[in-house]
Design a protein around this ligand. Structure first.
Ligand code: UDP
Length: 242
């Protein structure tokens, strides 16, 4: 499909509304529009709020990163940016597993193992979480995936390999922009039988610290009431567009 044609793709029915995004169908059965909202939630939806311009900033940050990953040979759902808050993506049958990659101790890992936030890990840690809000997205491993038939074990194997490749690429991408990639979450899905990276990569789904000052430039500013949330997301946008 030509780029000219893509700019004319229009929203049809609402397919799904999540906490931070809405998906709309289009006239193309295989393509959907991903709309980024300003709504912010944390702690499994217990804390709710709005971050001014978050939808726009996350749409543009995620689009830049997915464009970079596509160019680097990672298969993703990203097709094109349509406007400030929307991007065209390939429709996925989402695999109900979140893959978290960690380079530095923070968040739930710090709590679980009683370690200080900020400790750099010798090797990245990869974790799997079962996507189920009613259970609070519990951490699982490959054995749970197999025994409870949560997903195809081969897909999980590929997701873990891809997560490591993506981590190597994004570590350098952010490093060049003065940002420490502490940790991040990925989601994958199937499109015409092919495993693609989906969802978003933004300060909502990553921990991003200024390399020099270690200042937090991500959703922890909202989770922990640190202030300057919009300014921090804007700082990330400015740096990723460099
Ligand atoms: N994360 C996410 N969605 C989730 C859970 C985690 O995007 O539902 C991201 C989070 O922003 C962080 C990384 O995954 O970059 C690791 O999160 P962690 O397990 O430390 O959990 P949290 O502290 O967010 O509860």
């Amino acid at each position: 499909m030509s780029v000219k044609h893509l700019s004319h793709v229009e929203k049809r029915g609402k397919l799904y509304e999540g906490k931070a995004k809405v998906l709309y169908t289009t006239d193309e059965a295989d393509l959907v529009i991903q709309h980024f909202k300003d709504d912010a939630t944390a702690f499994n939806g217990e804390k709710k709020g709005e971050i001014a311009n978050k939808g726009r900033m996350n749409n543009l940050i995620s689009a830049r990163i997915f464009y970079f990953l596509n160019e680097s040979g990672i298969k993703t759902h990203y097709v094109a940016t349509l406007n400030d808050n929307e991007q065209l993506v390939k429709k996925l049958a989402v695999i109900p597993i979140e893959v978290v990659v960690r380079n530095v101790v923070a968040g739930s890992l710090a709590k679980r193992l009683g370690k200080e936030e900020g400790m750099e890990l010798d090797d990245p840690v990869i974790e799997l979480y079962f996507k189920d809000d009613s259970l609070g997205d519990p951490m699982i491993n490959r054995f749970h995936v197999n025994s409870f038939k949560i997903a195809d074990p081969e897909h999980i194997r590929v997701m873990e390999v891809e997560a490591q490749r993506i981590n190597n690429m994004l570590w350098s991408f952010f490093d060049e922009r003065g940002i420490l990639l502490v940790d991040f979450k990925l989601e994958f899905g199937l499109h015409k039988g092919e495993l693609l990276l989906g969802d978003e990569i933004s300060p909502d789904s990553c921990r991003l610290w200024d390399k020099e000052t270690k200042e937090k430039l991500d959703k922890d500013r909202f989770r922990r009431d640190l202030g300057n949330i919009e300014e921090s997301y804007q700082e990330v946008l400015d740096r990723v567009l460099k």
